[in-house]
Design a protein around this ligand. Structure first.
Ligand SMILES: Cc1cc2nc3c(=O)[nH]c(=O)nc-3n(C[C@H](O)[C@H](O)[C@H](O)COP(=O)(O)OP(=O)(O)OC[C@H]3O[C@@H](n4cnc5c(N)ncnc54)[C@H](O)[C@@H]3O)c2cc1C
Length: 413
């Protein structure tokens, strides 16, 4: 008679959540020799926020600590490809930033200084050169255009799956269909976790539960300074004017970004008042998530599309084929939430993606794993400390509004 092997009830580290961040962390823990690593995902790997991302991989971010995380992702993709012997279909098409106002021009000059400081190439283009690279782009209003050749995008689900496969190959146990119900602590130290599959004894829990991460932390008595905020984009019908190899375009004066996708144009818009959601009201299955205020994003289109049409007149006569929305998590200062919870030894948070979780996944995976194992790290996690706002009430409506503003302000890719 065949008997199922009983599950191990102990681990050296437990990663909660099998999105891109949890899988990247698990892979890095295994690479660093963390011992027995278990990842629990209550649904399927990579199927929540991760699979909804536009997945722009912008390398130069608003501050050096974030840039370091993003640049590490490029290295991680190469290492994964080597480790798995697989091509992850990175679209290294570059990103074109077009400034059409004095404020955007100042910001673009600032971006070029940050690029220079970290050795990332940035080419200045004339309006005509910008139009040559991006046939759909109307460039008459250009004050300045900068091109970052190393940027691009990737299929986010495939990237998460690659982290997961590489983690499994290095001995990580990926348990899907297992929910982590509560972190169990004693004397201010993590002792384990209650899961839907029984108790798991472990001295280390890394909470990478995406927009739900704050709920697990709150059950352990700590509020993470972040809130789920709607991100969304549209994809037009197929049109020959959007070549598959054309760059990502960032248009701060339209609060928009765009890139080719399935023969059409994928474009994301950031409305002046983004919608936040109390995490306690977030369904487990994102297919059931509905923002009643504007369920299909029509209000955002009405508000923001005219500015985008200035730069892409083709959009005016084109049908929309897809609408994708989901909860990114934002913080009041647009920085991630990464690090140890000072009040609970052994509990680490890897959340507050600020709409960039795919782009920084390689860096977050490596930085968190190094820090959690007490190893020397080249990454500066100080700006991302979970306790940097002091004690917050993450369910307070005013706090949710502050987090939503983090997205509304965003003008980068
Ligand atoms: C429309 C949209 C566009 C975006 N565009 C970009 C972009 O261009 N570039 C970019 O970098 N990022 C982008 N993002 C953000 C990106 O998708 C996220 O930053 C990233 O997916 C976060 O990954 P995660 O692993 O933290 O969360 P998730 O992918 O949500 O994974 C968390 C997982 O935890 C599981 N879980 C939750 N609670 C528990 C529990 N108690 N026990 C066990 N499992 C649990 C969930 O089931 C889920 O699978 C976008 C997001 C959206 C919605």
């Amino acid at each position: 008679m065949a008997t199922a092997r009983p599950r191990e009830r102990t681990a050296d580290a437990l990663v909660v959540g099998g999105g891109v961040l949890g899988c990247a962390i698990a892979w890095n823990l295994a690479r660093l020799g963390a011992g027995r690593v278990v990842l629990c995902e209550r649904r399927e790997l990579g199927a929540a926020t991760t699979s909804r991302a536009a997945a722009l991989l912008s390398g130069v971010r608003s501050e050096p600590a974030q840039t370091a995380l993003a640049l590490e992702t490029r290295r991680a993709i190469l290492e994964l490809e080597e480790e798995l012997g697989d091509d992850l279909a990175l679209h290294a098409v570059g990103s074109l930033h077009l400034a059409a106002s004095e404020e955007s021009e100042r910001n673009l000059l600032e971006l070029s200084r940050r690029a220079e400081a970290c050795g990332e190439p940035l080419e200045w283009l004339t309006a005509a050169e910008a139009a040559d690279r991006v046939p759909w782009l109307r460039t008459e209003e250009t004050l300045r255009a900068g091109f970052l050749p190393r940027d691009g995008y990737i299929d986010p689900y495939l990237l998460a799956a690659a982290y997961a496969r590489a983690a499994r190959a290095r001995g990580v146990e990926l348990r899907t269909g297992v929910e982590v119900l509560e972190v169990v602590a004693e004397g201010g130290r993590v002792r384990g976790a209650a899961t839907s599959d029984g108790f798991l004894a472990t001295p280390m829990v890394i909470d990478a539960a995406g927009p739900w991460a704050g709920l697990l932390a709150a059950r352990a008595g700590v509020h993470l300074p972040m809130a789920p905020v709607r991100s969304h984009y549209w994809i037009t019908a197929v049109h020959p004017g959007f070549p598959a190899d054309s760059p990502v375009v960032v248009l701060p004066d339209a609060a928009a970004y765009a890139r080719p996708e399935v023969g059409g144009l994928l474009f994301g818009l950031r409305e002046a008042d983004s919608l936040a959601r109390d995490p306690r009201r977030l369904p487990e299955d994102l297919a059931a998530l509905r923002f009643d205020e504007d369920p299909q994003g029509w209000d955002t289109l009405a508000e923001c599309a005219p500015a985008l049409v200035r730069f892409c007149p083709t959009l005016d006569d084109l049908a929309l084929a897809h609408y994708v929305s989901g909860p990114s998590t934002y913080t009041p200062d647009s920085r991630h939430v990464l690090g140890r919870l000072p009040s609970l030894d052994g509990f680490w948070a890897a959340a507050g993606c600020c709409g960039a979780g795919i782009a920084v996944s390689g860096g977050v995976g490596r930085a968190l794993a190094l820090a959690a194992l007490g190893l020397e790290t080249p990454f500066d996690l100080e700006p991302f400390r979970p306790d940097r706002f002091g004690s917050v009430d993450a369910f307070d409506p005013d706090f949710l509004v502050r987090c939503a503003a983090g997205r509304s302000r965003k003008r980068s890719g």
